[in-house]
Design a binder for this molecule. Structure first.
Ligand code: SIN
Length: 287
C-alpha cells in the first residue's frame, strides 16, 4: 500500500499514514516523504514503533547526523539521540533536557552550519500540554512589507547561543544546569547568517531570524536593530503562519529548519511525563 499524505493545516504540515519506518525505507517511500517534506515543511508520520537504532537509520536517509550538543542528555546506547523529558531518575537526576525549544527558534542557527532538519519521536505524551508550535518562514517572508524586504535584503543577523546574551529570553528555572551551561556558552562566537535565506532545494526565500537566537543585525546599533527585530519576531508568529502540533503517541515528526521556526509550548508538570528522542540532520551554510 502506498503511504498517504494529508495536509494538517492551511499554514503548513502534513500527516503521513500507512508507513512503517521500523523496516528499511523503500526508495519509493523515501521519495514520497522527501517531496512531502519540501511541500509541507513539517511532517507528522503517525503510528511508528521505532527502536533508537530504527530512528537513526530513518534519519540517516536524509543526510549526516549532527553530534548532539548536550552530552549530559544523550541516549547512552545511541549518542546521536538527544533525550528531551521532564522525567527524573530514581536518584532525582533528570532523564533528559527539560527546557529544549522553549522560545521560537530554528535549530542551531547560532552555528556556522545550522541544522537542516530535526526529527522528534514521541515515546510518551503528557495528559495535558506538550504541543509544539511551528511557523512557516516562507509565508512570513512573503507577507513582509516590501520596504522591510528591501531593508533586510543582503543584511546578516547576529545569532547567539547563550541565553545570557539575549535580553528577549530567560533561562528555565526547571533546568538544573542552566547557569553553568549558558555561562559556558558565553565564550562561543556568534554566527552571522542572512536574515533572509534562500532554500537550497526549493529556491524559495524564507525569513531566518528568531527570538531565541537572533540578538542583532550586522551594521546596525542596538537602538536601530531593536525595533526591526521586535517587529519581525511579532510578525513571524502571526496565527496565519503557525501550526500547533498536538502529539499522538508514536508520532515521528520532522521539520525543515531552513524554512520553519518552532517552539515547545510546555503546559505539563511532573509526574505528567513527556519523553521524546531527537535526531538532527546536518545542514549547509545559509545564503
Ligand atoms: C525542540 O525545540 O527541539 C523541541 C520541541 C519540543 O520539544 O516540542
Amino acid at each position: 500500500m502506498p503511504i498517504e499524505i494529508r495536509p494538517l493545516s492551511t499554514s503548513m504540515g502534513a500527516e503521513v499514514l500507512g508507513a512503517d519506518f521500523s523496516k528499511p525505507v523503500s526508495n519509493e517511500d523515501f521519495a514520497s516523504i522527501l517531496q512531502a517534506f519540501y511541500d509541507y515543511q513539517v511532517l507528522a508520520i503517525r503510528d511508528q514503533n521505532l527502536s533508537p537504532a530504527d530512528q537513526i537509520a530513518f534519519s540517516e536517509r536524509f543526510g549526516t547526523l549532527e553530534d548532539q550538543l548536550n552530552s549530559r542528555y544523550i541516549l547512552p546506547e545511541e549518542p546521536k539521540i538527544l533525550v528531551l523529558s521532564n522525567d527524573v531518575k530514581p536518584d532525582g537526576t533528570p532523564v533528559g533536557l527539560i527546557d529544549a525549544g522553549d522560545f521560537w527558534h530554528t535549530d542551531s542557527s547560532h552555528r556556522p552550519l545550522p541544522s537542516m532538519a530535526t526529527i522528534l519521536y514521541s515515546l510518551k505524551n503528557p495528559d495535558e500540554g506538550g504541543d509544539t508550535g511551528f511557523a512557516n518562514m516562507y509565508a512570513a517572508y512573503e507577507a513582509l512589507p516590501q520596504s522591510m524586504k528591501d531593508s533586510l535584503d543582503g543584511r546578516r543577523a547576529v545569532q547567539a547561543v547563550s541565553k545570557f546574551k539575549n535580553k528577549r529570553v530567560v533561562a528555565s528555572e526547571r533546568r538544573p544546569d542552566a547557569t553553568e551551561k549558558y555561562t559556558e556558552q558565553m565564550a562561543i562566537p556568534d554566527a552571522l547568517h542572512p536574515a533572509i535565506r534562500t532554500h537550497p532545494v526549493t529556491g524559495r526565500k524564507a525569513l531566518y531570524v528568531s527570538q531565541r537566537f537572533t540578538i542583532g543585525l550586522e551594521g546596525m546599533s542596538e537602538a536601530e536593530a531593536d525595533p526591526i527585530l521586535d517587529f519581525l519576531f511579532e510578525h513571524q508568529t502571526k496565527a496565519d503562519f503557525v501550526y500547533y502540533h498536538h502529539w499522538q503517541d508514536n508520532d515521528l515528526v520532522m521539520w525543515d529548519n531552513r524554512c520553519v521556526i518552532h517552539r515547545a509550548t510546555g503546559g505539563y508538570t511532573y509526574p505528567d511525563v513527556r519523553l521524546m528522542h531527537r535526531t538532527v540532520i546536518a545542514g549547509d551554510a545559509p545564503y
